[in-house]
Ligand binder design. Structure first.
Ligand SMILES: NC(=O)c1ccc[n+]([C@@H]2O[C@H](COP(=O)([O-])OP(=O)(O)OC[C@H]3O[C@@H](n4cnc5c(N)ncnc54)[C@H](OP(=O)(O)O)[C@@H]3O)[C@@H](O)[C@H]2O)c1
Length: 233
């Protein structure tokens, strides 16, 4: 498979190394100030850049007829626009706030826990995310996905950074050292606390999941999620 990497920071570099180890070829790389290779040769693009660049990068791929996998977070207010663009271009597109297989399993555990806890309104619900100090957006895209799945399954109506009103899920975002990504959900009452947690030990999990999504996407048309890639509903 010939790959284009749009965004060549921490994630782009790991994806490049792991993809080459699997026998894929990197035909194009792009950062903020460099371009290397021939974009039009790519069978599929993987986009891990910055929130301000994601929409332009994804659009460029869709317009060129190159399937695109995007993991950049912090641009989701334009997600519907990208779905429309994908449809207009008869393209193929996957966005995931988190490509790690473990986190995608954790999303399902989170939804199940939320359904189980829904009748027990004495429990306050909060989400905590911890990431490295260079992370640009807060809260993390993964924390937002977690909160949205809780909202779908409980009486909570919205999430808020450092919130806490009755119908809100408070998301607490912490920035520490080189933490790869830790997400916890807490159900807290006066009597006890129930918590579930996912802790990424390396960035390889995100990279492996993004490569898997790219391999899966080639030859398909439409907008998909990691649930489609992994066959989990
Ligand atoms: N979905 C997931 O599983 C997952 C996992 C980890 C991270 N992420 C997200 O992925 C994104 C990247 O993370 P990272 O840790 O790799 O960040 P990073 O190390 O800061 O890398 C971002 C890269 O984007 C480049 N960039 C800036 N403007 C660009 C443009 N217009 N076109 C192409 N590239 C551009 C930067 O280039 P310069 O260095 O030249 O400025 C930098 O190399 C973040 O949004 C992060 O939250 C998602």
């Amino acid at each position: 498979m010939k790959l284009a990497l749009l965004g060549y920071g921490k994630m782009g570099a790991i994806i490049g190394t792991l993809a080459e180890a699997k026998g894929h070829e990197i035909v194009y790389k792009k950062g903020s100030s460099f371009e290397d290779g021939v974009f039009s040769e790519a069978d599929v693009a993987i986009e891990f850049s910055i929130p301000e660049a994601a929409v332009t990068n994804i659009s460029k791929c869709l317009e060129a007829g190159i399937p695109v996998v995007s993991g950049t977070t912090g641009w989701l207010s334009s997600y519907e626009e990208m779905i429309k663009k994908c449809e207009d271009c008869n393209g193929s597109f996957i966005y995931a706030s988190n490509f790690s297989i473990g986190v995608n399993l954790f999303f399902n555990i989170n939804a199940y826990a939320a359904k189980l806890m829904a009748p027990w309104k004495e429990y306050d619900i909060s989400v905590e995310e911890i990431h490295h100090t260079q992370k640009k957006d807060a809260p993390s895209g993964t924390a937002i996905t977690i909160a949205e799945e809780i909202i779908e399954n409980t009486h909570k109506k919205e999430w808020k950074l450092d919130g806490g009103a009755n119908d809100e899920i408070s998301i607490i975002a912490k920035r520490e050292g080189d933490v790869k990504g830790t997400h916890s959900v807490y159900y807290t009452s006066d009597i006890d606390t129930i918590s579930i947690k996912h802790e990424a030990h390396t960035r390889e999990g995100f990279a492996k999941g993004a490569i898997l999504a790219a391999e899966w996407l080639v030859g398909k048309q439409g907008v998909y999620t990691m649930k489609d890639v992994l066959g989990i509903k």
